[in-house]
Design a protein around this ligand. Sequence first.
Ligand code: FAD
Length: 355
Amino acid sequence: MTVDVDVLVVGGGPVGLAAAIEARLEGMSVVIVEPRNGPLDKACGEALMPGAIDALLRIGVAPVGHTIAGFAYLNATRSVEHRFTGGQGVGVRRTALSDALMARAHEVGVQFRGGMVESVQQSSNFVTVGIRTPLSLMATIFLKATWVLACDGLHSHVRHLIGLERPSHQVRSGRRFGLRRHYRLAPWTDLVEVHWARSVEVYVTPVASDLVGVATLGAPGINFDREIGAISSLQKHLRGAEPVSALRGAGPLLQRTRRRVEGRVLLVGDSSGYVDALTGEGLRVGFAQAREAVAALVREDPQSYESAWASHTRDYRMLTSALVGLAASPFRSTIVPLASAMPWAFGAIIQRLAR
Ligand SMILES: Cc1cc2nc3c(=O)[nH]c(=O)nc-3n(C[C@H](O)[C@H](O)[C@H](O)COP(=O)(O)OP(=O)(O)OC[C@H]3O[C@@H](n4cnc5c(N)ncnc54)[C@H](O)[C@@H]3O)c2cc1C
């Protein structure tokens, strides 16, 4: 039985594109299936940690944005900051990141197919993927691949199809969502600022010399303008600045998986499970997963991806879960005072997440 392609990547988000490039650099033939036309946008804080930048440079991608020198936590009366030691991050518009990754993917010979993956059938030697494309007049076309990397995001359909979803026990009222919008103004800082309001966190990232992204994290249905309008330390900068992007949302953020590998299908990026955006390292972790997933395919040992996934996501899962738990507890108001009283501990945590 001949296959159409060695690796079929489901989803052309940043992790899918990075995985496709990794696989091409290993000499495999690669097709990405993605329903949207690029460059792709998404609700995101858009801060690339130093480790994410290293991962991109290694595969020949240098996204252009605004330097990120570290993180600051602020509330109405206190603030604490940590500047990265060794390496800098970059704030990058998702569309600019998508453009840079797509250009590199084309350069190394990744093939693109527009469409939605709607079925996955596995046999011992290959996977048959059903794709609904705009050109097939609503009929399904089928591609046979030796391997499938499911990089189809937070609400992965492939994860559902292969039965790797694990129901979340997070109560409905505890579900968290993200919203984001951009403002036209020169950034006032080279740090990512996390403003701790009473019930939301507001994440501010400089992404270009004239553009600042603002994202909120909190319960469903929050009023974005009202929340950011209530933060005076933010309003002093944003007052009068023109909003230049539509409000975009994502969530619920918490997504759990039973395993990451089923036969010849591997879950990579947000599809493999997600905790929260609060600590800002989703892309760093996703790029590390992409590299490990492709390494497992090169070894023809997909199961070896499980342990690599666990070790690359351990810090993120533990630290982010702990911080989200504290943020939802009666001790929420102690987070910024504690961090500012122990700047060395704050710095150590940020360094650990930035690697
Ligand atoms: C509010 C918010 C703020 C964040 N801030 C940061 C930050 O500052 N720094 C950071 O590193 N991370 C951040 N993250 C996390 C980061 O956005 C994600 O980790 C990242 O987008 C994951 O990339 P991905 O490629 O796995 O998924 P996605 O970017 O979601 O891409 C998935 C792709 O799959 C496609 N797709 C879906 N279904 C199908 C299908 N059936 N067939 C084919 N294609 C399909 C979609 O169209 C999409 O293009 C944030 C997230 C949120 C929500």
